[in-house]
Ligand binder design. Structure first.
Ligand code: OGA
Ligand code: MN
Length: 209
């Protein structure tokens, strides 16, 4: 009975379906229209406001139990976003993320029960060396999600490409404003190349319990 009710309730979402099919086929997905230009603009403003208020701190490696700051590995500054204190643009952001989570759980049985997101700023001259997004003592991260909040007209010379290390090939992805990249946290090694112009993003993870 309840199965029948749920299937009547279900509305197919072409964007989410594309993400799922990309992830199934290649373990990553690049989506340019996940957020509207207006939403990206508002999120960039919210990031810059928090940055001006000095809310950011140097990103560490390792998790909260064993974290150290290693500029030679990663040079970004981050600020964890608290969903319960979200402003209007952050609420829009979490709305879409929660819709995606609901969809993934309904169609793929991924069992995503938790999420965590931070803003990130990579100042000129910084990078994040090749790594994987799960910790030795914690493998709950299933999907990594990055949305770039750079200004329009991001150039190749600005650097900061995300490089995914796939079997045999390296896939370089430019951090164009509004672009979303989703990939399997436990599988895909990746790095952020040297940044020549301040690079802005929201990064987060969908996690199992
Ligand atoms: C990370 C990361 C990628 C990016 O924060 O773990 O790999 O493109 N970010 O910002
Ligand atoms: Mn990473």
């Amino acid at each position: 009975m309840s199965l029948l009710f749920e299937s009547l309730d279900f509305v197919e979402n072409p964007l989410f379906e594309r993400i799922i099919s990309d992830l199934t086929q290649q373990q990553y997905s690049i989506v340019d229209g996940f957020f509207t230009d207006g939403e990206v603009h508002l999120l960039r403003k919210a990031l810059l406001k928090a940055y001006e208020e000095d809310a950011f701190k140097k990103a560490a490696i390792g998790n909260r139990l064993n974290e150290t700051i290693e500029q030679s590995i990663r040079g970004d500054l981050i600020f964890w976003i608290d969903e319960t204190k979200a402003n209007a643009s952050e609420s829009l952001f979490f709305n879409k993320i929660n819709n995606l989570i609901g969809y993934l759980n309904k169609t793929c049985f991924l069992g995503i029960l938790q999420k965590e997101f931070h803003y990130a700023v990579y100042p000129k001259g910084t990078f994040y060396k090749k790594h994987i997004d799960t910790f030795q003592n914690d493998d709950r991260r299933k999907l990594s999600f990055v949305c770039y909040l750079n200004e329009d007209g991001w150039q190749k010379e600005n650097g900061g490409e995300l490089v995914l290390y796939l079997n045999e090939v390296e896939k370089a992805i430019f951090p164009l404003p509004g672009r979303v990249v989703i990939f399997e946290s436990q599988i895909i090694e990746h790095e952020v190349k040297l940044v020549n112009t301040e690079r802005l993003s929201i990064t987060g993870w969908l996690k199992t319990r």
